[in-house]
Design a protein around this ligand. Structure first.
Ligand SMILES: NC(=O)c1ccc[n+]([C@@H]2O[C@H](COP(=O)([O-])OP(=O)(O)OC[C@H]3O[C@@H](n4cnc5c(N)ncnc54)[C@H](OP(=O)(O)O)[C@@H]3O)[C@@H](O)[C@H]2O)c1
Length: 255
């Protein structure tokens, strides 16, 4: 039996939701470096255009789109455009997420709860549902949901965010099970503490030092250190892999 063409993504259309900075930006770059045409999407299209321009300047293929995954109309518009502009989708990375409330779980107010759920759970769910339908029209594709180690070990004072990340792991398994017959593989990435804007509050001051003490590798990750795992999961190298959660956490979850 011949080995799959391991990491080549030439001819693939890849939508990276939450590509304007941080981990999503690094994912957009690595997919483009391996030959995919990348659609860099988030709420701020100018920031996505900067990412797409950098990809093009490096010899890759990319464009930018507005997509607010907390807004069902925006999800619908993204997929209407995608069908018209490209007629297909091979790769979806659900990466953009929100963490608006740091505090005791019992004090979570409804607005913070709702926003976190709408983006991190409803957004991933309906982006995936729309992607599966489009992928199924041409033989399948691959979805990666960026969850978090908080799905396994809830972060202190990050209750609702941790709940959403656990939901993403469950969602990944449900989509993986039902969509395998359609040729769609669905996997989750569980990043550990990574140096980005989202993790800014955790990395600063005493809280950051406390986290570092629990990471066997004794440092946070850089965004680029998450990107290779996503490349693996969407590529031919992972052709028999679906429904998994891949921890990339400097050993946090075994400590
Ligand atoms: N950094 C960490 O330590 C860490 C650890 C575990 C898991 N994660 C996960 O990794 C993923 C990326 O986070 P990051 O650390 O790279 O954060 P980041 O640097 O703050 O980037 C977040 C990205 O999400 C986009 N985004 C936010 N809300 C969105 C929405 N409603 N619709 C579309 N895009 C939206 C942002 O773009 P716009 O503002 O332009 O919309 C941005 O591109 C998230 O799922 C996060 O939960 C991060």
């Amino acid at each position: 039996m011949s080995a799959p063409d391991t990491f080549a993504l030439r001819g693939k259309i890849a939508l990276v939701a939450g590509a304007s900075r941080g981990i999503g930006e690094a994912i957009a770059h690595i997919l483009a470096r391996h030959g995919a045409h990348v659609i860099a999407a988030s709420r701020k299209v100018e920031a996505c255009e900067t990412v797409a321009a950098a990809i093009r300047a490096a010899g890759g293929s990319a464009e930018a789109r507005t997509c607010h995954i907390g807004d069902m109309d925006s999800i619908g518009a993204t997929f209407d455009w995608l069908k018209q502009a490209h007629g297909r989708l091979d790769i979806l990375v659900n990466n953009g997420a929100t963490n608006v409330y740091y505090g005791p779980i019992q004090d979570t107010d409804l607005a913070a709860y709702q926003k976190t759920m709408d983006v991190n759970v409803r957004g991933y769910f309906f982006m995936s549902a729309a992607a599966v339908k489009l992928m199924a029209t041409h033989g399948g594709g691959a979805i990666v949901n960026v969850a978090s180690i908080n799905a396994v070990v809830p972060g202190a004072l990050q209750g609702v965010y941790s709940v959403t990340k656990a939901a993403v792991v469950g969602m990944t398994k449900s989509f993986a099970r039902e969509c395998a017959p359609l040729g769609v593989r669905v996997n989750a990435l569980l990043p550990g503490l990574t140096r980005t804007k989202l993790a800014g509050a955790l990395l600063e001051g005493a809280t950051g030092e406390k986290w570092a003490a629990h990471i066997p590798m004794a440092r946070p990750a850089e965004p680029d250190e998450m990107a290779g795992a996503v490349l693996y999961l969407v590529s031919g190298a992972a052709s028999y892999t679906t429904g998994i959660s891949l921890n990339v956490d400097g050993g946090f979850l075994v400590s």
